[in-house]
Design a protein around this ligand. Structure first.
Ligand code: NCD
Length: 296
């Protein structure tokens, strides 16, 4: 199977992957995929997604090969499609990130080997959502009925789009807060509502007192048509300690990272800040995903 969108997974399948990641992280299970090769093809910058995929592969006794766009035949004019057609012959599974929406689906169409989407433009980032659901489950013991607030650039962030779908699947109560003009696409919300029903509040001011989980993301400057607009929003958009004064004591603050300006460094020191723990869950979760995709 391919994992291109969070829509590719049923609730049952998501639960199976989360269960497998739990067993892997508790060392109750250690799949052995020795002899298999993962190819990472990241046409957009990445720290966590690429390195945790590679770390996950090594921990599964696999090896990996890494495509570096800047040093590749892309520079001689080779197409994305030809690159995928070539690399699929060198590996057993491909993790692909690209700035264009739909690129991962195209890669999956080109490749006989399974493709995992590591982020396609502002569209989808399904393995990040699985990490987010896994983190919430590990930290809170459940997902359903939690109050989860998503805060940031909800128009351009693929992490947020995938996550709304995943949270709705588990009946969380969702609050969406963004600067004006950066709201999530209403058509996408309609799709999610039709599928799962959606308990959602939409706001432009940060109000977090009822949240069990606050999930922040950066302004996705690289996806703005006008870079000056992005810069001006980035300057104003920042969560400070005082914004959290009425927050629940056991609030968990998550962030897919990288963070730039949007979280005051003071918040990093608060016990509620859990984003590095969340990033570290990327390894057991991606181990579970690679194992799942290869065995399906
Ligand atoms: C995110 C991404 O690439 O979409 N990072 C990640 O994968 N952890 C978030 C972002 O870039 O803002």
């Amino acid at each position: 199977m391919d994992l291109i969108s969070i829509r590719d997974l049923s609730k049952k399948e998501v639960e199976e992957i989360l269960q497998s990641a739990t067993e892997i992280s508790k060392k109750e299970k250690k799949p052995n995929l020795s002899g298999k090769i993962l190819a990472t093809l990241f046409f957009e910058p990445s720290t966590r997604t690429k390195l945790s995929f590679q770390s996950a592969a090594m921990r599964l006794n696999m090896t990996y090969i890494d495509f570096l766009p800047e040093l590749s035949s892309l520079k001689k004019g080779e197409s994305f499609a030809d690159t995928i057609r070539t690399v699929e012959g060198y590996a057993d599974i491909l993790a692909v990130r690209h700035a264009k929406e739909g690129s991962a689906r195209l890669a999956a169409d080109m490749s006989k080997k399974p493709v995992i989407n590591g982020g396609d433009g502002g569209n989808q980032h399904p393995t990040q959502t699985l990490i987010d659901l896994f983190s919430i489950k590990m930290m809170k013991g459940k997902i359903n009925d939690l109050n989860v607030t998503l805060l940031g650039d909800l128009k351009h962030a693929r992490t947020m789009r995938s996550l709304v779908y995943g949270l709705a699947m588990f009946n969380a109560n969702i609050t969406l807060i963004s600067p004006q003009g950066l709201e999530m696409d209403p058509n996408y919300l309609k799709e999610v509502e039709k599928k799962f029903g959606l308990n959602v509040k939409i706001m432009n001011e940060p109000k977090i007192e009822n949240a069990d989980v606050l999930y922040v993301c950066r302004i996705q400057a690289e996806r703005f048509a006008d870079p000056y607009e992005a810069q001006s929003i980035m300057k104003k958009f920042r969560i400070k300690k005082e914004d959290l004064k009425d927050a629940k004591e056991d609030l968990a603050i998550l962030h897919p990272l990288p963070k730039v300006n949007e979280i005051d460094p003071e918040i990093d020191k608060m016990p509620q800040a859990k984003y590095f723990e969340q990033a570290h869950y990327g390894v057991p979760l991606r181990m579970a995903v690679i194992d799942y995709v290869l065995k399906k």
